[in-house]
Design a protein around this ligand. Structure first.
Ligand SMILES: [Zn+2]
Length: 297
C-alpha cells in the first residue's frame, strides 16, 4: 500500500511538472495605425467617422493573433490596448481566457503587464518611427509633440522601445504586424521575427490595403508560426545605463523640463535623461507625455 501511494504521488508530481513546463505565456501589444485599412485620423479616434468600424477590425486582428498563438501552443495571453485612449479593443469580443490592460498612464506604457514569465511578445497594428521617411502615420509616441526619440544615441521606433522593455524581462519579440514599412523597420532591428504585412504604404496618409478578412487569416498564420518558433528568438537587451534623447516639436517642453536637475537640455528643442534601466526610461517617457498641472482627478 505504501509503495502504491508513493508511486501514485510520483505520477502526480510528474504530471504537475509537465503541465508547468508546458505553460507558455504570450504578450500582445496592440496599436492601431498598422491595422488593416487604417490610413488617417478618420479611423484612429472617437472623432473619426470610421472609428467604430475600425475598433472592430483592430479587435479582430488581436483575435486572429490570439487564435494563432493558441494554435502554436500558447496557454496564457495578456493583451495591452496601446493606442490613443487605451480603450479601443471591444473586450466582449475577445475570448474568456485572456486578460486586457486598458487606459493610461501606466509605467511600462505600451508594454504594461509584461514580466519575466512570458515566453514571447507580439506587436499588432504597429507603425514606423517619426524619423522614418516611410510608413502610414509614422510617429514615435506622440505624432503632435515629438520629432525624435533616441536610446543610446540611436533613433528608435515604438517597436524598438517596447522590444527593449520586453528584453529587460528577458522576453523576445516574436512577431509584428502593420504596413510594409514597419515590418521592414522592425525586422531590421530585431532580426528574423515573423512579420505580417497587411497594407503597403504610399504616404503618411495613404496605403494600398488588404481587406479585413485577408489580414485576419495572415495574422493567424504568422502568430501560429511565431509561437511555434518561440525558442529561436533572442530578447533585445540594452546595456545600462540608458541615455534617452527626446526632441520636441515645440520649444517650451525642453525649456521647462531642463529646470529638473535630472534633465539636461541639449539644444533648443531637445533634452537628455539617463536612466538606470529601460523601466526608468519608460516611466520618464510616460511622465513627459502625460504630466500637466491641470490633471484632474
Ligand atoms: Zn503607436
Amino acid at each position: 500500500m505504501k509503495t502504491l501511494c508513493l508511486a501514485l504521488l510520483m505520477i502526480v508530481c510528474a504530471v504537475a511538472a509537465n503541465a508547468q513546463q508546458r505553460r507558455l505565456k504570450i504578450y500582445i501589444s496592440a496599436d492601431m495605425e498598422g491595422v488593416v485599412g487604417v490610413v488617417s485620423n478618420e479611423q484612429l479616434g472617437p472623432q473619426g467617422f470610421e472609428y467604430a468600424r475600425f475598433r472592430e477590425f483592430m479587435t479582430q486582428e488581436v483575435n486572429a493573433a490570439i487564435q494563432g498563438a493558441i494554435a502554436g501552443g500558447a496557454t496564457e495571453i495578456v493583451i495591452s490596448d496601446s493606442h490613443g485612449n487605451g480603450q479601443n479593443l471591444l473586450i466582449e469580443k475577445l475570448p474568456s481566457n485572456v486578460m486586457v490592460v486598458r487606459s493610461w498612464p501606466r509605467p511600462l506604457g505600451m508594454m504594461q503587464g509584461i514580466d519575466e514569465t512570458f515566453a514571447g511578445a507580439i506587436f499588432i497594428g504597429y507603425h514606423t518611427a517619426t524619423t522614418n521617411l516611410e510608413g502610414v502615420r509614422a510617429h514615435t509616441l506622440s505624432s503632435a509633440r515629438l520629432a525624435d526619440v533616441k536610446l543610446k544615441g540611436v533613433s528608435v521606433s515604438e517597436a524598438g522601445i517596447n522590444a527593449a522593455i520586453a528584453g529587460h524581462f528577458n522576453v523576445p519579440i516574436i512577431m509584428v504586424s502593420g504596413d510594409d514599412a514597419v515590418v521592414k523597420e522592425t525586422t531590421a532591428l530585431l532580426g528574423n521575427i515573423e512579420g505580417a504585412v497587411v497594407k503597403w504604404a504610399s504616404g503618411f496618409h495613404s496605403a494600398r490595403t488588404m481587406t479585413p478578412d485577408a489580414s485576419y487569416e495572415l495574422i493567424r498564420q504568422k502568430a501560429q508560426r511565431a509561437v511555434t518558433r518561440v525558442r529561436e528568438f533572442k530578447p533585445y537587451k540594452l546595456l545600462a545605463p540608458i541615455e534617452l534623447d527626446v526632441r520636441f516639436k515645440n520649444y517650451r517642453p525642453s525649456e521647462v523640463l531642463s529646470y529638473l536637475s535630472i534633465v539636461e537640455r541639449t539644444d533648443a528643442h531637445s533634452i537628455r535623461f539617463v536612466g538606470k534601466d529601460i523601466v526608468e526610461v519608460s516611466k520618464f517617457l510616460t511622465f513627459i507625455n502625460t504630466y500637466e498641472l491641470g490633471l484632474e482627478p
